[in-house]
Design a protein around this ligand. Sequence first.
Ligand SMILES: [Zn+2]
Length: 420
Amino acid sequence: MKRLLLLAPVLLLVLLGTAPVAAETDIVVIASDVQPSFPLEAVFTLEVESYAEIVDVRLRYRVDKMNYAEVVSEGWADFTPTNRTTANWRWDMRRGSLPPGAEVTYWWMIEDADGNRLETSPQVMHFDDNRFAWQSLTSLTDDGSELRLFWYQGSDSFAQELLAACEQGLARLTEGIGAHPERPIEIYVYASAGDLQGGMIFPQEWTGGVAFTEFSTIAIGIAPTRVDWGKRALVHELTHLVVHQVTFSPYGQLPTWLDEGLAMYNEGELESHFQSRLRTAIQDGSLISVRSLCSPFSAESDKAYLSYAQSYSLVEYLLDAHGPELMLELLTVFKQGSTYDAALIEVYGFDIEGLDARWSATLATSSLADGSVPAGALQGRVWRSQPVLIVLVAVLVLWIILTLAKRGRASGQAAEEGEL
Ligand SMILES: [Zn+2]
């Protein structure tokens, strides 16, 4: 998942409670237009006339998305100062791209040499990906959440199956931990990862799906022949989106294991290849510490597999052992701004190491271990992550050996071994 930030091209103004209004003036707008070219740019054009020379033309715009405060951006248009002129302002999206379907409200601020000013009425631009002929399906869930799915390849039943999976995923999330989306969710289903990447300015070759939290939009590549994979991937991104909305705050981030673990858990039962990777790690004592899993996962595929599998297992443990109410409370504490350790202690009464130890202990008896965990495998991992404990035990052994040596009951050779 990637969060994309919108950077204001020229200047950011924070205005609270101001609504643009057209005023009485000698300035007359002859034509106003916008040409969006998804995903690269949008060109705004204004033809305007006055008795005096036009000296200032600016475009103001507001992007419709979740924000901490209402943000109005401003672009200074190119024009020749005459009585009748055409002004252009080009919004270069390379400095902060918008997802498909984004809505932008814009208006013009014009001034002439006599000091007359005109603020035009707001208009709305829809930044649509017009490379494809989109069809759409909408559903309203029982709790009033709206889901809208757009697609262009595959039958109606393909789209209905994907939408039904999203409805179920959302229901599990709202019933399970009481997390609701903040606004209607729009899902753009591209027919391939290549089509999706063609709609992004700086695509990564691995990008198969993106959740634009602030816009409540998901863009994903799903071929109609891969509907089963698509349903899981879609629910995964949908969960990221809702969880990020619930925890939307300028204060902090979720630990990666919690963010990915909730998304994996909400997909349904852990897939067999993740299960077997987790089983192997339990058996050979090579699990990754929970503290390491707070940071972004390794790019190495084998480690990444294990990281996702462990994240699923950690969330499953927290929900099974401590209930869904505490999970929502944990998310709320993170939203208010808390360190990973402090949030866990506040809600569960243990820190990251405490979670690690408790969770590890349950693995020994879980079906994943299959009763075939070699003795000491789990303990071996806990010990490795707690070097202080190893030092303490070594000191204790040394003390016993030295005490025995002093009493003359041990040979000089045994004391020497103890010191090594
Ligand atoms: Zn994810």
